[in-house]
Design a protein around this ligand. Structure first.
Ligand code: UDP
Length: 330
């Protein structure tokens, strides 16, 4: 059993690098570490991240942004202006929406393989602690419910989701190999469905789709009969979980997310209710290999930390809708 997590009171004097730092989840992580006093370097090529996600941070004294594709660029040069070593590296540069899987499969596979390798090499060189942002997709269409970290998964290696699922599985293997062979201090989180401000309105995932449809009074597009389930975590709760894992002393994977499980139809009904929308629900075809049930068992992290998700689905939906409302006004 691992020791209890002790979170730092301050990170003054520490340097954090976030690969994919202009993305939805990572940009919230960047904010957390700036608030804790760290110097933060974000690297992003804006393939799915957005300049708007970090615009408000650009004038911050401790924030540095490097526009680069982590698997193509040698980061040594842009990093040479940084004095001191990097203490923490977060590997979070992968696109993660199912619509990206068909549009940019090779970019996804390269960032999770070559990109992760580059970040691990950097961690090795700097003696930095490294965290791989893996995914519940490593479980594929799970036959075990809820999913525990010991479950090795049920993934179709040639299916439409495989560019993401298999490259994240590879990224986990690479991380463990670097840990075993070179003693790099590594962590792995398996992120379950997450939502909140800074998602792309057109990223195709269920929560942005439903909220934007509800706000416009359009039909909510449930795929299949809507009996498939997901468990949704608000982004600030997820970032808190990532922070707890980074400061644990356990190198094995942790599930992170919110175990509150909804059928997709119930999720649509709830969003219509919370937003007071007049939209109706329609059924569209279910994509191939769409996982039937997904819910994290987060007992492993809870056993060693005070982590618990605190944002209710209702509150999270309101806060996310507010973000999309404001965005559509600009
Ligand atoms: N989904 C849906 N309507 C949409 C978008 C997605 O019913 O407009 C379903 C999708 O088929 C899946 C679930 O919602 O069963 C979650 O999809 P999402 O793309 O958000 O993430 P996933 O968990 O599949 O990676």
């Amino acid at each position: 059993m691992s020791a209890k997590v002790v979170l730092p009171v301050t990170m003054k004097g520490k340097t954090v690098l976030v690969a994919g730092g202009a993305g939805f989840v990572p940009s919230h992580l960047v904010e957390l570490y700036l608030e804790l006093g760290a110097r933060v370097i974000a690297v992003d090529n804006f393939i799915t991240g957005s300049p708007a996600n970090i615009e408000h941070l650009k004038s911050h004294d401790h924030f540095k942004f490097i526009e680069a594709n982590i698997y193509e660029v040698d980061l040594e040069k842009p990093l040479s202006s940084i004095d001191g070593k990097i203490d923490y590296i977060f590997s979070m540069a992968s696109p993660a929406s199912p619509i990206d899987f068909s549009k940019i499969p090779l970019e996804i596979m390269r960032v999770n393989s070559e990109g992760t390798l580059k970040m691990l090499e950097l961690a090795h060189k700097h003696g930095a602690r490294f965290l791989e942002a893996s995914t519940s997709e490593v479980y594929g269409d799970p036959e075990v419910h809820p999913q525990e970290e010991s479950y090795v998964g049920h993934v179709n290696p040639i299916g439409p989701r495989s560019c993401y699922d298999e490259s994240k599985r590879f990224a986990e293997a690479l991380t463990m190999s670097y840990h075993r062979k070179y003693g790099v201090d590594t962590r792995i989180v398996r992120i379950f469905n997450t939502y909140g401000p800074r998602m792309r309105p057109d990223d195709g995932r269920v929560i942005p789709n439903f909220i934007n449809q509800a706000l416009k009074g359009e039909d909510l597009t449930v795929y299949g009969d809507g009996s498939q389930t997901r468990s949704f975590c608000f982004v600030t709760d997820l970032v808190n979980a990532i922070h707890n894992v980074m400061f644990s002393n356990d190198t094995t994977p942790f599930n992170i997310g919110n175990p509150d499980e909804y059928s997709i139809r119930a999720c649509a009904e709830e969003i219509i209710k919370v937003l007071g929308s007049r939209s109706k629900i329609i059924e569209n075809p279910l994509p191939k290999d769409d996982p039937k049930r997904r819910r994290p068992n987060i007992g492993k992290l809870q056993a060693i930390s005070n982590y618990r998700p605190v944002v209710t689905f209702e509150d999270g939906i309101k806060r996310t809708a507010e973000f999309f409302r404001k965005k559509s006004c600009h």
